[in-house]
Design a protein around this ligand. Structure first.
Ligand code: FAD
Ligand code: NDP
Ligand code: 3IO
Length: 398
């Protein structure tokens, strides 16, 4: 590192010399999951050397290690493809997590392994944040949870309901995780109670054999968002009836408006609602406190429970490692609203913070790779020109 820069940084951070530093030529991509891998694939195609940094010891760690066995994508496959890697026709409409991992293999074996680069004499610098909207588990601090005495896990540690057979399990949270894990627990002969502390939008995953998400996307081409929201709610009411009578209060904001404004994903139901209607999943209100093997709810009711699954969501971790104040907000999302959040100043980029799942990540990756590809070509051309001029001058001295 340049000595004057080192001194300047050392003044700000006295521990600097204790840390390991590596000089990297080319973009640094942080995160090796769909967003990082898609960006890598595009950069490789454009001949840009890059390095991928990943905290886990493998790629695709969310899909390999932090998801449950029976997980399937809840959007049809055409909305969850990585650029240039369409799911094969013979894959099911809603691929499983194993299908998803299978699709990521070629990207990796093609060359975007963590910490891989080609030597270059250019000093081109760019940083791509792809650490995701789900980087850390949200673990709420609920009174008495530490002394509960039974097993407490987060949804990301849940693999299967097998080990909960015969148990009373409290599932905290009613997003897609809470709903799907409650269903999985039922299917393994456990008795889940699911906490709904505020409200939730529930839709069937399909209506008359057609994906509900796809219907909404088609309508968005012609109609304003507020109207699509209204029509989706009418459709849900016709197909599901009034879900509020089962304790599933709907938010006052429409589903797509809420997703855009707060990132809260509507539930695309794959069977939990039937179990709620039949009473196999017991819907309960917010938690007041835990006591030994019991939970006390805000309505004063007490339940005996054996285990707790916290399906309480995820958050970005970028503010903890990216020391730059302009690009990201406190919650670790780009400050600029979609579709402008992919590019910041000074070579900073972000992929996968659009609150639009995998298709949002794919569109970010394409934009960024094009931008970096162009800058890289310009930079290397300039570099070549300087080298040739220097070479000529050097030769002319003799
Ligand atoms: C259970 C579940 C199911 C989902 N299903 C769908 C679906 O069906 N369709 C859809 O469109 N979307 C779905 N999503 C949304 C999800 O965000 C995307 O599927 C996708 O995984 C996002 O990819 P990503 O690369 O942006 O982030 P992630 O997959 O979260 O990957 C981020 C990577 O960055 C690494 N990382 C984090 N912090 C650091 C650090 N400080 N240093 C180095 N590396 C770091 C992580 O280890 C991870 O490998 C789902 C999400 C979850 C949790
Ligand atoms: N098959 C698939 O494709 C699946 C996809 N996913 C996706 O993964 C992402 C994360 O989903 P998910 O894990 O469900 O997280 P979400 O953020 O969607 O949901 C978190 C839930 O936990 C509740 N909660 C948080 N803290 C507390 C608390 N202290 N007490 C009671 N309830 C609490 C929230 O309630 P409140 O609203 O009141 O804050 C909310 O119901 C989403 O994008 C989702 O679509 C997840 C599972 C399966
Ligand atoms: O972010 C997610 O969890 C997704 O699965 C993708 C997604 C993006 N926009 C949506 C709107 C309704 C349901 C799911 C999604």
């Amino acid at each position: 590192m340049d000595q004057s820069l080192f001194h300047e940084l050392h003044e700000k951070d006295p521990d600097l010399s204790e840390r390991k530093w590596t000089l990297v030529n080319g973009p640094v991509i942080v995160g090796a999951e769909p967003s990082g891998l898609a960006t890598s694939a595009f950069l490789r195609e454009q001949g840009v050397p890059f390095v991928v940094l990943e905290r886990a010891e493998c790629i695709a760690s969310l899909w390999q290690k932090r998801t449950y066995d029976r997980l399937k994508l809840h959007l049809p496959k055409q909305f969850c493809q990585l650029p240039k890697l369409p799911f094969p026709e013979d894959f099911p409409e809603y691929p499983t997590r194993k299908h998803r991992l299978f699709m990521m293999k070629p990207v990796v074996s093609g060359g975007s392994r963590p910490c891989r680069t080609r030597p270059s004499s250019s000093t081109f610098a760019a940083g791509v944040v792809t650490t995701g909207e789900n980087a850390e588990c949200v673990v709420p601090d609920i009174e008495g949870l530490k002394d509960f005495g039974g097993e407490v896990i987060h949804a990301c540690e849940y693999k299967s309901g097998e080990k909960f057979e015969g148990q009373k399990v409290l599932v905290v949270g009613c997003g897609n995780s809470g709903m799907e894990l409650s269903l999985d627990l039922c299917n393994h002969n456990a008795s889940p109670s699911m906490v709904v502390r505020s409200s939730v939008h529930v839709f069937p995953r399909e209506v008359f054999g057609k994906s509900t998400f796809e219907i909404a996307v088609s309508m968005m081409k012609w109609l304003p968002l507020w109207l699509v929201d209204k029509l989706m709610l009418i459709l849900a009411r016709l197909v599901l009836g009034n879900v509020e009578k089962y304790g599933l209060k709907r938010p006052s904001m429409g589903p797509l408006e809420l997703k855009n404004a707060k990132g809260k994903t509507p539930v695309l139901d794959i069977g939990a609602l039937e179990k709620i209607k039949s009473g196999d999943i017991n819907v309960v209100p917010g938690i007041k406190r835990f006591t030994y093997k019991q939970v006390e709810l805000v309505n004063g009711e007490r339940l005996n429970i054996d285990s707790v699954v916290l399906a309480t969501g995820y958050r970005s971790n970028a503010p903890s490692w990216l020391q730059e104040g302009d690009f990201l907000c406190k919650k670790g999302f780009p400050k600029a609203p979609f579709p402008h959040g992919w590019k910041g100043n000074g070579g900073l980029y972000a992929v996968g913070f659009t609150r639009r799942g995998l298709s949002g990540a794919a569109s970010d990756a394409i934009r960024i790779a094009q931008d970096i590809g162009m800058l890289w070509k310009h930079e290397t051309k300039q570099h070549k020109k300087i080298s040739i001029a220097f070479h000529r001058r050097f030769i002319s001295q003799f």
